[in-house]
Design a protein around this ligand. Sequence first.
Ligand code: GLC
Length: 525
Amino acid sequence: MKNRATAGRCNYGETHGTNRSYNRIYEEYSRMTLKNDSNPRTFPGLASRGLAALLAVVFAATFSGCHSTPKTQPATKTSSTAQHPVEPIKDTMTPAQRDARIAWWRQARFGMFIHWGLYAELAGTWNGKRLENHPGEWIMNRDRIPVADYKKLAATFDPTKFNADQWVAMAKASGVKYIVITAKHHDGFAMFNSAANKFNIVDATPFKRDPLKALAIACHKQGIKLGFYYSQDQDWTAPGGAALRGGHWDKAQDGSFAEYVHTKVIPQLKELLNNYQGEDAPDEIWFDTPTKDMTPELAGEIVAVLNKHPNVLWNNRLGGGYQGDFETPEQHIPAQGYPGKNWETCMTINGTWGYKSFDTDFKSTETLLQNLIDIASKGGNYLLNVGPDATGVIPKPERDRMLAIGKWLKVNGDAIYGTQPGPFTDQHGAYSTTKKDRKGNPRWVPVWDWRATAKPGTVYVSIFEWPHATFTLPAMQAKVTKAYMLADTSHKALKFSQSASGITVKLPGKAPDPIASVLVLQTGS
Ligand code: GLC
């Protein structure tokens, strides 16, 4: 069987610091997930809602008998529920139950993505040729590496410098509240102990240990949530697995997609969901790149497995029309966020997810920090990626930037964690009249002046451009009772005046922080 999907070109230009572009899978994938953010989906093959509802009952009875559905309050259906063969457990919950389930994630605001796998060994170079314009974890696909050759990489993968405690300590010092690591990427190699498939780090490498287990233990100890990224659809080494951007290139990849799901995906997901429960992991599963091979029925079988772990969150990239718990804009910050939805921008620090030895195009700490604040001001999370090398070391420029963000958060974390968007309606940017985004719409050009977040009774204004005199904010309804700088531990009151046209604050002469200084407005309500 050949996979048909190919890709369009995708420019990640609309966000601060993502002024590079590279080809990537996009066409089919965005059709499946991104465009339909707010549209309930209809499924091919399901003739009517009536048939869909019937199937839903049959599938639910077949696959989801074991989970305990909260029955205390009447279930509130989401718009998509009736169309799915298996109802996700969250759709059986009341809004309050759903909120409680995802509360930790909403509070977190900042997470660390880790892309780590066999591709780190190639570090972006195959047969002496550098992989340009594509992320390192795509090297097998872009260079059409034969399955047997790629599999050989396992024999020399020995990340002796890997230290889970150090990684998690670094993450913690960076202020992230959760980590998401690639358990299996598109190359099909499992970075965990898998009885279901021998192409895994314990059975196929000299390392012989399960780094996910070590990370689960370290995260549990250090109070960091842990999620597993799992490429459920693309798999370039398993027969039947999908391959975007041109389809299969090696006969060894051909086979039945359904069989691949049944013999590899579902068994491995069960392993990921069951084998780390002693460490209370995982907290989420991060799916990726669904294709049309992932039918509602196959996805429904996966949802039945997920439903047995009602607290495990999962993203919107499963496929088969499932919406998941949160939206996943990639390499950009949506101009208005996704009002009323949970969302998480994932982004690279340089231009690659998986390690590339020659990609030194690192975004500045200023850019990354401003992105985090911008995202929080729109009610989203920032999942910032690091790509450890084949020895198990996270590149120093990435560590340095993560830690610098952590240093800022130590002083100013109140302005980020557990916040909501601020009360002002200002847009902090405008749509370009000349530049287009990847969908061909006018590109959002942000203005980096300031951003606001809020908690009940408090507004936090992160100021990027220090005004050196008085600072004026637009009007807001609540009455301000006190203004002070968050970095000032004495919370010395600043002079301010509030009128129907705005709020004017007399700021200290010097900005407490060279990148972002947080003004706190107490509203006393
Ligand atoms: C894309 C890529 C992948 C990367 C992911 C992160 O979908 O296929 O390599 O893991 O984005 O969001």
